[in-house]
Design a binder for this molecule. Structure first.
Ligand SMILES: *Cc1c(COP(=O)(O)O)cnc(C)c1O
Length: 239
């Protein structure tokens, strides 16, 4: 496991560009990784876990729960899973459509509670990726800010895949600029403290563009047996 190595790459990058190393948090993307191995990684002082499937989150969280660890849901959220999503996620990073927002609001009202969320933006414009379009993101957040049950903590994106660095950078740059525009609106129930962007192959570029939360799987745990499209594309059923 390579948590220390990743943490030190994050720190070097921050030092290089004059950012405070503590301003970038490391989230373990733990899909397919069993709790024993996740525990070893957590022992190196990591405080965030991200899961892509509600069933997996529900199964693993009880084994991993400690006060210091926050669980983020980073996969595509179907409306029939929102009860469990609310129960098991400290933050849902993948809110991307009004239908889902309405369903979450309804359930949260019923339970008289609120939920931290991020808005997933499709900055690469790839059809296979979920996320609200960059053009719709601001009006989407404005709408959500009127609900009260949903606390928008920032934005999330997945950079374009298998592309040149500069194309990847463009995605991250776009997310940062949308966050800045939203910040200036001073909306209720909204702050832009979290910019969740950057994965194993592109986290250093993401940090250069202002990421505050990098989501790392492969570079820490090794290759997975299922293709990533399984986690990102509802139409694909590998299992
Ligand atoms: C799997 C996954 C990651 C981590 O990807 P790696 O390339 O393994 O680091 C990050 N974000 C999301 C949404 C993921 O599904």
């Amino acid at each position: 496991m390579r948590c220390k190595m990743i943490r030190s790459r994050i720190e070097s990058k921050c030092v290089e560009i004059n950012r405070d190393p503590d301003s970038v948090k490391l989230l373990l993307a733990t899909k397919t990784v069993e709790p024993d191995r996740i525990k070893q990684a957590l022992a190196s002082g990591i405080n965030y876990i991200g899961e892509n499937k509600i069933q997996e989150l529900k199964r693993k969280r009880p084994e991993l729960d400690t006060e210091n660890v926050k669980f983020h849901f980073i996969g595509h959220l179907q409306t029939n899973k929102i009860k469990d999503a609310i129960q098991f996620s400290d933050c849902i990073e993948s809110v991307d459509r009004i239908h889902l927002v309405e369903a979450l609001d309804k359930e949260l009202q019923k339970q008289s509670r609120s939920q931290d969320i991020l808005i997933q933006v499709n900055t690469s414009y790839e059809e296979s990726k979920f996320g609200i379009s960059p053009e719709e993101a601001i009006s989407f957040v404005k709408k959500i800010s009127t609900y009260g049950t949903l606390k928008v903590k920032g934005l999330m994106t997945i950079g374009i895949f298998k592309a040149e660095k500069e194309k990847i950078r463009k995605c991250f740059h776009l997310l940062s600029s949308i966050a800045n525009e939203i910040k200036e609106l001073g909306l209720p129930n909204t702050d832009m403290g979290i910019l969740s962007m950057g994965m194993s192959h592109d986290f250093e570029t993401a940090i250069e563009e202002g990421s505050t939360l990098v989501r790392i799987g492969t570079a820490i745990f090794g290759e997975r047996i299922y293709p990533d499209s399984y986690y990102w594309d509802e139409k694909m059923h590998v299992l």
